[in-house]
Ligand binder design. Structure first.
Ligand code: NI
Length: 168
């Protein structure tokens, strides 16, 4: 296992549409393991392929319910097939430096995907787990949570980021 570098906004790869994964081999399992390690090292709760420069449909999601736990799930080619309810909550992203904002997400979703061995998954996710999956699936479409906030808030963040990058 190895950790990978996390790519940050406004890098173009974050805007790429991730391609469907067709080959379920050892290399895919290794990629998943690297992503899990990278996510926990960065103290994140989810990570999508685009964020490490791999524009393929793979996400890892932390599903721990207790502190000191590191339970996670790997979703290959995830699709949100149904969604209901709308809840606003604070969100951040490992690829969007020093920013968080309230984003509306479905409270409950149905997800179809595959695991790294190619087995079909079909399940219901709610609340925190549903939010993380929606955020990560967005990444695979080249969408960031800052695309889901008001134009005013987004332009304020862009200004702030410009300043930050200038002072580096
Ligand atoms: Ni993110």
């Amino acid at each position: 296992m190895a950790t990978r570098e996390i790519i940050t906004y406004p890098a173009p790869v974050l805007r790429k549409k991730a391609v469907k994964i067709e080959v379920f081999d050892d290399a895919l399992q290794e990629l998943a393991n690297d992503m899990i390690e990278t996510m926990y090292k960065a103290q994140g709760v989810g990570l999508a392929g685009n964020q490490i420069g791999v524009a393929q449909q793979i996400v890892v999601v932390d599903i721990s319910t207790e502190e000191n736990e590191q339970k996670n799930i790997v979703l290959i080619n995830p699709v949100i097939s149904e969604g209901e309810g709308k809840v606003p909550d604070q969100e951040g992203c490992l690829s969007v430096l020093e920013y968080s904002a309230k984003v509306n997400r479905f409270q409950k979703i149905r997800v179809t995907a595959q695991d790294p061995q190619g087995n079909e998954l079909d399940f219901i996710a709610q609340d925190r787990f549903a939010r993380i999956i929606q955020h990560e699936v967005d990444h695979l479409h080249g969408t960031l949570f800052i695309d889901r906030i008001s134009t005013l808030k987004r332009s304020m963040y862009k200004k702030k980021l410009k300043k930050m990058l200038k002072n580096q």
